[in-house]
Design a protein around this ligand. Sequence first.
Ligand code: F6P
Ligand code: MN
Length: 327
Amino acid sequence: MTTLAHYLKEHAADSAISDVITTITDVGKTISQLLRKGALADILGEAGNQNVQGEDQKKLDVLANDLLLEALAQNAHCAGVASEELDDATPANADGSLLVLFDPLDGSSNIDINMAVGTIFSILLYQRQGQTSENSDFLQAGNKQLAAGYLLYGTSTVLALTIADNVVMFSLDPDTGDYVLIEDNVQIDADTSEYAINSSNYRYWRAPMQQYIDELIAGEDGVRGRDFNTRWVAAMVGDVHRILCRGGLFTYPFDTKYAHKAGKLRLMYEANPMSLLIERAGGGATDATNRILDITPTDIHQRVPVVLGSKNEVDYIKDLHVNHADK
Ligand code: F6P
Ligand code: MN
């Protein structure tokens, strides 16, 4: 049996990364326990304010955010923290060598209905050690991530992590409190017949995405010559986990629903960490034309269209967009 502690000892590049991942995953145990208590922990419902993206916060969003922030602020290796829930990054220990970004509770509208939610995290190198970190220190392309992962609080709590070339998964043993290795080289099939998209936004998509979904719905009667099946967890962390388990295609594409936004998902807290996991598992991740991991961020909260999962399907969508007159 390999625990997370053993794995980090063997594979982490240095003790800083190992320590920071341990801090995040320890908080994950607390969040997991709170979720298990559900309504009994008095954590459900609106917190009464909105986050920086203008969305209602649930009580547990706030709690998960605060727990992560407090724990990471006390970690000597952590120079700063950026959260989806906070306007600005929070400086931590100037002598630290790492920056941490997180979506404390992805898919939070699922909490009140007892469905899966998760914590997504990304770790970057801090390049101005000794000085107080600022928002601009976080503006590094996803290909610079030193590590990334998520905790999925589903029927069991699972950690997916990449700190080396591969992707590994651990399951939290509720009896011992240990994360136990369950997969040590996650790989995604290049082909799939399963896809995830919120089709109610169809009229807001660009023509190539509409064409793509039309083709999938036509199934064996259409140009794809086979039937496809839809799955939508409404928490990216759940959809990405399914894809790491059995392949598939996930997209939250560009849409014109909110004219000022390029897409719904956040580059730094969602798209980058998930893209690193997916690519290292052999899949693809694009904004429909460009590799997500190569995008240079200009704002810590920027949004991006996301297409990720089984390689051949991602490439198919990319080709449709590149070759379409209406991109
Ligand atoms: O964080 C945003 C998010 O909750 C994702 O986790 C999820 O994939 C998506 O939004 C769900 O969007 P919708 O509300 O359109 O189904
Ligand atoms: Mn989210």
